[in-house]
Design a protein around this ligand. Structure first.
Ligand SMILES: *[C@@H]1O[C@H](CO)[C@@H](O)[C@H](O)[C@H]1NC(C)=O
Ligand SMILES: *[C@@H]1O[C@H](CO)[C@@H](O)[C@H](O)[C@H]1NC(C)=O
Ligand SMILES: *[C@@H]1O[C@H](CO)[C@@H](O)[C@H](O)[C@H]1NC(C)=O
Ligand SMILES: *[C@@H]1O[C@H](CO)[C@@H](O)[C@H](O)[C@H]1NC(C)=O
Ligand SMILES: *[C@@H]1O[C@H](CO)[C@@H](O)[C@H](O)[C@H]1NC(C)=O
Ligand SMILES: *[C@@H]1O[C@H](CO)[C@@H](O)[C@H](O)[C@H]1NC(C)=O
Ligand SMILES: *[C@@H]1O[C@H](CO)[C@@H](O)[C@H](O)[C@H]1NC(C)=O
Length: 500
């Protein structure tokens, strides 16, 4: 629910606007309506009318043509409120011509609400998109108000703290997380209430206007509050939660099948995977997700509608921030990486032993092992089509001196907003020193490829191709058997015939 108004608009101005609009109508379309309008003109006071008389009041032949061909009488039927208001040039007595500017429409929304979540007895996060130039070149502000259902007159309000987690990456829209932290408890009596967000442009877009949209961000029922409290106090339901970014394109069901089996095995019984479908979950992909959804490991969210709003890579920053706040109290650790990436911990350790050793940190980052997406072993050539991707793609890119992306995990209770490669809005420490403890293998470009990935079969354990040195690394290949057995044990043989 959005109630829009602009604070500089007074009744007086509205009145003037209507009259100017009326002149605009006369100006544009006098021909057929001369009679009607003449009558109406009488109804308006002549004095006021003169004030707004355009400098060139009389119609030229081209205006007449315009009227006859282009314009619709039905438009006029809806009176001035349907027509955009037209300012015209004005000739001053001293001969100076004051030029007019006529704005039409609005190119980007002030705010697009995705979600709002309670984060404590007095704090909330509102997640959405907003016009990027508005944030880059102006200073829109946010105000939060809590209105108790049972006592609306006793509302409280506070300044919203805006966080722009995709700074520099946005397109038409940028992601905004508004942190609403009230100085006193807000709805902590559990009786329910509304969180209103007032988004003000503060003169961005039009210096003469402070366009303010009042948005009902959250309408909390007593049951919602009870559920929040239960989760907040009982501790996280999951040990590890995966927040996937937007899935898009013609994805390979077989690669996703492998990824899921691998990670459910790695992260274990108390793990959960939130997958976001931005158009990439076709029927074939659905088939490999379904068994794990039925087992309660996977939640699939359809986020296709975000495509209406042009943001960075199918609004992935928006999606991960929604996921962060939605599951903030449901998981001890939250992981952010992609479905062509495989987290790995060395044999002597487990994911639990590694993460337990990192509990002092709110966040840690994970080093990347880039793998070739086309080089395979000669010995695999006859059976490659039957092997799994991470089983047969064994050539690791070992080029030095390249800064590679890292991925990361956080303890979400301490995090207020999140990025794609790391979070910068949190309390507590971050460590990058995780080498030897945890890493990830990246099979770039294999996930959106529907054909057999092996293109070149090689014998040697070291090779340089196109200037990139590779060595054979069978770390992942060696686990493939165990992962396949795990999948069979967990969901049976229903995915055996999955296609590339
Ligand atoms: C005039 O109105 C008709 C029907 O209402 C519409 O189909 C047509 O496109 C309109 N023409 C213009 C120029 O707006
Ligand atoms: C214009 O308005 C009148 C009265 O409000 C209505 O009877 C008529 O149907 C309308 N004409 C069109 C084309 O909408
Ligand atoms: C006139 O206004 C009515 C109701 O506000 C709307 O349904 C109709 O589409 C409008 N017609 C035109 C031609 O703008
Ligand atoms: C908002 O920020 C404050 C710290 O500035 C933090 O304590 C609180 O948890 C945050 N709220 C949400 C919902 O992220
Ligand atoms: C615009 O409106 C908002 C909300 O009403 C207010 O906080 C802000 O100070 C206003 N800005 C200006 C420049 O008047
Ligand atoms: C609250 O939690 C209960 C039990 O977990 C669940 O059945 C119910 O749908 C939840 N209600 C809301 C409003 O989320
Ligand atoms: C790989 O080794 C096999 C047997 O060892 C040999 O027949 C084959 O030609 C070699 N292939 C390449 C590409 O070197």
């Amino acid at each position: 629910m959005v109630i829009s108004n602009s604070s500089s608009t007074t009744k007086e101005k509205d009145h003037n606007k209507e009259r100017r609009m009326f002149v605009g109508v006369v100006w544009n379309c006098a021909a057929e309506l001369k009679l009607l309008l003449t009558t109406l003109l009488f109804l308006c006071s002549l004095a006021t009318l003169l004030q707004f008389l355009p400098s060139r009041f009389f119609l030229s032949p081209s205006d007449l043509r315009h009227c006859l061909s282009d314009s619709n009488i039905t438009t006029l039927n809806n009176s001035s409120s349907q027509l955009p208001h037209i300012n015209t040039d004005y000739l001053f007595n001293d001969g100076v011509l004051k030029r007019a500017f006529n704005p039409f429409g609005s190119a980007a929304y002030n705010f697009i609400l995705m979600s709002a979540y309670r984060g404590g007895p007095n704090t909330f996060a509102v997640v959405g998109l907003s016009s990027k130039p508005l944030h880059l070149y102006a200073n829109p502000t946010y105000q939060c108000r809590w209105v108790p259902h049972h006592d609306p007159l006793n509302s409280i309000s506070t300044a919203g703290h805006k966080i722009l987690p995709d700074w520099g990456y946005g397109r038409v829209y940028t992601v905004v997380v508004v942190n609403c932290t009230f100085p006193t408890l807000a709805g902590a009596d559990g009786k329910g209430g509304q969180l209103l967000l007032r988004a003000a442009t503060n003169g961005g877009g039009d210096r003469t206007l402070n366009i303010t949209d009042t948005i009902l961000a959250l309408d909390e029922t007593p049951q919602d509050f009870a559920n929040f409290t239960a989760q907040f106090t009982s501790g996280p339901k999951y040990d590890y939660l995966y927040c996937g970014s937007s899935l898009y394109g013609n994805l390979s069901p077989q690669r996703v099948r492998e990824w899921l089996a691998y990670h459910v095995r790695l992260l274990g019984a108390r793990s959960h995977f939130v997958i976001h479908d931005a158009g990439g979950v076709h029927e074939g992909l659905m088939q490999v997700l379904r068994p794990w959804m039925e087992k309660g490991f996977v939640t699939l969210q359809d986020i296709r509608e975000q495509e209406r709003f042009d943001g960075y890579y199918h609004n992935q920053f928006l999606i991960v921030n929604d996921c962060l706040h939605r599951y903030r109290f449901a998981a001890k650790w939250m992981f952010f990486f992609d479905v062509d990436e495989f987290i790995f911990v060395p044999k002597k350790s487990t994911i639990k032993s590694i993460l337990d050793s990192l509990t002092d940190f709110t966040q840690f980052t994970i080093e990347q092992m880039p793998m070739s997406n086309k080089l395979c072993l000669t010995q695999d050539a006859p059976t490659a089509f039957r092997k799994w991707g991470f089983e047969k793609l064994v050539y690791k890119d070992v080029k030095r001196g390249i800064r590679r992306d890292r991925k990361y995990a956080v303890q979400p209770q301490n995090v207020f907003a999140t990025g794609v490669h790391m979070s910068q809005n949190m309390v507590g420490k971050t460590t990058h020193k995780t080498e030897g403890r945890i890493k990830y293998f990246h099979y770039h470009g294999t996930i959106a490829e529907r054909r057999e990935p092996c293109r070149q079969f090689l014998n040697s354990t070291e090779i340089t191709i196109d200037g990139i040195p590779y060595i054979v690394d069978t770390t992942m290949r060696d686990i493939a058997g165990a992962v396949k057995r795990f999948e069979l044990k967990m969901i049976g043989s229903r995915l055996q015939r999955t296609r590339q």
